[in-house]
Design a protein around this ligand. Sequence first.
Ligand code: ATP
Length: 518
Amino acid sequence: MSQNDLFKKVIAHSKEYGFIFQSSEIYDGLSAVYDYGQFGVELKKNLIKYWWDAVVYLNENVVGLDSAIFMHPKVWEASGHVSAFNDPLIDNKDSQKRYRADVLIEEYIEKQEAKINKEIEKASKKFGDSFDEEKFRTTNQRVINTQEKIENIRQRYVDALNRDDLAEIKKIIIDCDISDPVSGSKNWTDVRKFNLMFDTRLGSLSEEANKIYLRPETAQGIFLNFLNVQKSGRMKIPFGIAQTGKAFRNEIVARQFIFRMREFEQLEMEFFIRPGEEKEWFEHWKNSRMDWFKALGLEDSKLRFHDHDKLAHYAEAATDIEFEFPFGFKEVEGIHSRTDFDLGQHQKFCGKKLQYFDPDLNKSYVPYVIETSLGLDRLFLMILSASYCEEKNEKEDGKIEERVVLRIPDFLAPVKLAVLPLVKKDGLPDIARKIRDELKFTFNCHYEEKDSIGRRYRRQDAIGTPFCITVDHQTSQDETVTIRYRDNMVQERVPVNKLREIAEEKVSMKKILEKLNK
Ligand code: ATP
């Protein structure tokens, strides 16, 4: 299956099985806004719990917070979002389509890199074992030329972004001969800046003075409460404050399903440290966050770091954790060394001291900050695209059975266990319901009696349920049931009173957290 097909199938599957719906679908939808359905919301809650337990509960010095979405408008002046939270946009005059100019250039660079990789692949096939990639890269003229072109464009692009030189960005698009991906036209407007913040009015008066913003990141709520938490919690530096919540960005081009949304959710942590210790803590959180991703048990080769070429207005160092989505490697989490920028700015704008008295150094200072910022919806898409599988299996009678199975890590599965009476009579539904009633305090358990048992298994496979329990006529005689495992479809007969133990062992988040804690 091609990656493009995989992506289309993941989108269709999400809707068909109650994971994700387009917002306001009955009114033809609202662009780049999505609702999470009955199984989506469970997966989302499990992902949040995994993050919260690992970041807050495993660390003695990290605490939580839930700040409001609305904040004083000055917050966004201080943070730099009013003046600098812009994307460069460009329109194609023929197709009337709007694009992010920086994305057009980045995609162009990616295409050139793909060209080089193709050349390497071709040569490696031709020369077999004797192929020396390093030598090929430094001697093949076509590869050398393309590499030079990439470096030249990248340098011009980074310089232009740093200087905010919109005319130069347009010139790069023209010089690279970049065309509209939809129409092929090269008839571009000038590049303009577009602020990504949504605004609204506070109270009943629609005056400029009442303008407030929907937060474009959850982080600022943490900075505003730095002293409240530090004082009320008697926190000693280094310490962190974590929070999860909605953020809003008026993205210019919102494509790729839940990858880029206008309303999305973030899982952020700001870690306050002594100035001068930022390099060690940046490394610490970089590694700790990558370990967290790897503990999900997906293919490690699909995860990588990507250091930023251009740093955001607040950052001293920044790296992204990227995942290989069906549409390529893209950012899921950002890790930023933010210096004392945010607290320093708020100090200036509010006129109050936002400092910490360090008893060990016997002096006060504005702490430095390392931020980890994860997008929940991108994490969700990562889990779905990594776990979607189509399989053909030969049954005992030689027939081929097809199934779609979501191999979601067991501890994250929306439904952990489904209890299914083999038939809807002979008292089996009552026994099955009783089993579910006993297990429902430990997991999210489902009861289902409609359709043949085979169809019910396939339905549970499609939503990623790790265990199906079948209650049959033998159950009423010897109190045993069959347990069927999602991944290998093996069925075993087990005593009813062992069910909790068997399932709990496999779906436990504790095991994963214990590994992370080492
Ligand atoms: P991008 O470059 O993709 O626009 P960003 O660098 O602006 O992302 P950050 O400001 O670092 O993103 O935000 C932290 C995290 O929030 C990102 O890693 C991503 O997972 C998530 N995120 C940001 N914007 C969106 C969005 N529009 N939709 C969904 N998730 C988002």
